[in-house]
Design a protein around this ligand. Structure first.
Ligand code: MSP
Length: 615
């Protein structure tokens, strides 16, 4: 037994998936106010069969996974209620990371899905007058719909009620049992149904209230099967000591280490009172605890329909994951329970667990159980996916909590996407049309000879890359926006509209300036594409590229010099609609403020007015 654990530990963090996974091509349709009619394979993929060892990157780019295959996961969302903005947040972040890794030429397997068993789901199905299966179908579908609306390009969507998942869970349970890590005992404790977790009394608030859900826990006594977590205390301590980057951001590692240090207690992995779950092998009077079941979705998701559905096959298709992206409330499950379960089953551990912060409303975690959620469907419908994706990734430092306010949302997306980026493109294309028949007069490389802006852009692109790699998504957005700021400064300093009026050599210089600014826009489009894919596509299209060309960009296209002499640009049209506050709201905003403002701002989306005033 000891030898077995040691072997799996030795392998756990350092080995990559030893098998090849097939290339993934994503059908991509732009869902936005601005539509493109074609459905195309999404990103071109590296077909290299090479493998690399765990995280060999330089200290500056100490990001996740140095290998050729990048497997990342979101949590599998509970289907007690439709998604809210908090659930969408993890998935938006994951999608941006997946898109960035694809740009680097990685073979990406992006896994998401829904967690459909357990008491919480059964109760919410009953409360809605549905049978659990019907309820799960409905809510699981609403997640898929939202992911579509938000341009989430996942590769695998796993439902824990899928028979292929059930087969994997049973096999895994049997392995752990055979390893001597499951035993039967009585348990008495306080249970939070919303967390689906027994709680320690010392972590509870007054009246035994769960601190996350602010609802009282219920006393339970059950005869259950237990997982021998305590056996893994030392192995877990060793893993974290040797691989401190396993838990990210680094400040979450301390929390995990102190849980482990305070002593790991075996936990119950079955439920006698819950029918809605996977039956325990050889004891159909009990069902498997929903967390023990759901975590395995990360592995069962790798299986392919109509192929052999066993653990070994699933693992061979991409395990271990490079990155589990989760909210900080479920860190213990991912950084303590899950690695111990995997060790028990003799499987490799994921390479990194990143616990991000919460979207809050009035300082409280936004959540289905608390009922203080922000409606993502409404938000996307109102503002489009690019604005929603950009705002949350730019505004909330990834890892920390962040509060939402509609005013702030409108200010940020208008200033960054409509003004800094959208207007710059619009103004430049307007000038190019008027003075150069929308055609580039020279290659962008030649135009930028001796121009410091090119170096500035290259530095900022490097910064964006490092930040994406390190999962510092807000800083990545910031670096891209700085490119836009540099482009605007260049435009204002050079004042090409004035140079055109002077004619002669000045007009020739002005024509070069436009090439330079449009090259800046092209670089922005590539570098922003992980975060705002539709906006990037619209920019690329206006620069005269086809959708196919956009779909085959890689990060190397951020290198200066893509635009060539003779390239014909499209007609200028706003790539990002500026959001206007409605007149009532504006009037209210301009009134002297007495006391606290109440009520929700109504907004309408209007087309951005092209500002080619200088032309
Ligand atoms: N079903 C489990 C996960 C199982 S993974 C094998 C679960 N589901 S959940 O729907 O309750 O939460 C899913 C994720 O959404 C968690 O990472 C959680 O942190 C995240 N969020 C839920 N509300 C959130 C915010 N208000 N803000 C940010 N993320 C939040 O837990």
């Amino acid at each position: 037994m000891a030898a077995r654990i040691n072997t799996s530990l030795h392998n756990a963090l350092f080995l990559l998936n030893p098998f090849n996974t097939p290339l993934n091509t994503k059908p991509f349709t732009c869902r936005n106010r601005f539509r493109f009619s074609k459905k195309l394979p999404f990103y071109s993929q590296s077909s290299s069969g090479k493998r690399a060892l765990y995280c060999t990157s330089s200290s500056q780019e100490s990001g996740v996974d140095g290998g050729e295959t990048f497997v990342l996961t979101t949590p599998l969302y509970y289907v007690n209620a439709p998604p809210h903005m908090g659930s969408a947040y993890t998935t938006i972040a994951a999608d941006s990371i997946a898109r960035f890794q694809r740009l680097l030429g990685k073979k990406v397997i992006f896994i998401t899905g829904t967690d459909e068993h357990g008491e919480k789901i059964a109760t919410s199905a009953a409360a809605n007058g549905r049978n659990p299966a019907e309820h799960c179908d409905l809510i699981s579908q609403s997640y898929r719909t939202l992911w579509k609306d938000l341009d989430i390009a996942y590769d695998k969507f796993i439902r824990t009620t899928d028979p292929k998942h059930e087969a994997i869970v049973k096999e895994f349970y049997t392995r752990v049992f055979a390893n001597g890590d499951i035993y039967r005992a009585d348990y008495e404790g306080l249970y939070c149904v919303n967390c689906e977790e027994y709680k320690d009394e010392k972590e509870l608030l007054e009246n035994n209230c769960c601190p996350v859900h602010q609802a009282p826990c219920v006393a339970r006594k059950e005869d259950n099967y237990f997982f021998a977590l305590s056996k893994y205390q030392k192995p877990l301590e060793d893993i974290l000591a040797q691989n401190p980057r396993f838990v990210q951001p680094s400040y979450r590692l301390n929390e995990v280490q102190s849980w482990i240090k305070s002593g790991l207690r075996d936990f119950s992995i079955s439920r006698a009172l819950v029918d809605w779950g996977i039956p325990v092998p050889d004891d159909d009077k009990q069902t498997i605890y929903v967390w023990f079941d759901a975590l395995l979705g990360y592995i069962s998701a790798l299986t392919e329909d109509n192929k052999q559905q066993n653990l070994e096959t699933a693992v061979s298709l991409g395990w271990p994951a490079s990155l589990h992206l989760i909210g900080k409330d479920i860190l213990r499950f991912h950084a303590v329970y899950w690695p111990a379960m995997l060790m028990s089953a003799g499987l490799n551990l994921p390479k990194m667990v990143f616990g991000h912060g919460f979207l809050t409303k009035d300082g409280m975690k936004m959540g289905k159980s608390l009922g203080n959620t922000l409606e993502p469907f409404e938000l996307v419908q109102k503002f489009g996916p690019d604005a929603v994706r950009y705002f949350f990734l730019r505004e909330v430092e990834f890892g920390n909590d962040g509060d939402y306010s509609e005013d702030r949302f409108i200010k940020i997306v208008n200033a960054h996407l409509a003004n800094t980026i959208g207007n710059l493109l619009n103004r430049t294309l307007g000038l190019l049309k008027k003075n150069c028949e929308s055609t580039l007069v020279v290659d962008s490389t030649i135009a930028a000879e001796g121009v410091p802006l090119k170096d500035t852009v290259e530095k900022l692109v490097g910064k964006a890359r490092t930040n994406y790699k390190n999962l510092s998504l807000s800083s990545a957005c910031e670096a891209v926006l700085e490119i836009g700021n540099a482009g605007n400064t260049y435009m204002d300093q050079r004042a090409p509209w004035f140079l055109f009026k002077q004619g002669g050599v000045s007009a020739e210089e002005a024509a070069k300036d436009l090439v330079i600014i449009l090259e800046v826009m092209r670089v922005i489009a590539v570098a922003l594409s992980p975060v705002a894919p539709c906006l990037s596509l619209r920019i690329y299209s206006q620069l005269g590229y086809s959708v196919d060309q956009f779909n085959s960009i890689t990060w190397s296209d951020t290198k200066w010099g893509g635009l060539k002499e003779g390239q014909v640009m499209e007609q200028a049209s706003p790539v990002f609609a500026r959001i206007e506050l409605n007149p009532e709201k504006e009037e209210e905003e301009n009134k002297p403020k007495v006391g606290k403002k109440t009520g929700k701002a109504k907004v309408k989306v209007v087309e951005q007015t092209p500002t080619v005033a200088e032309a």
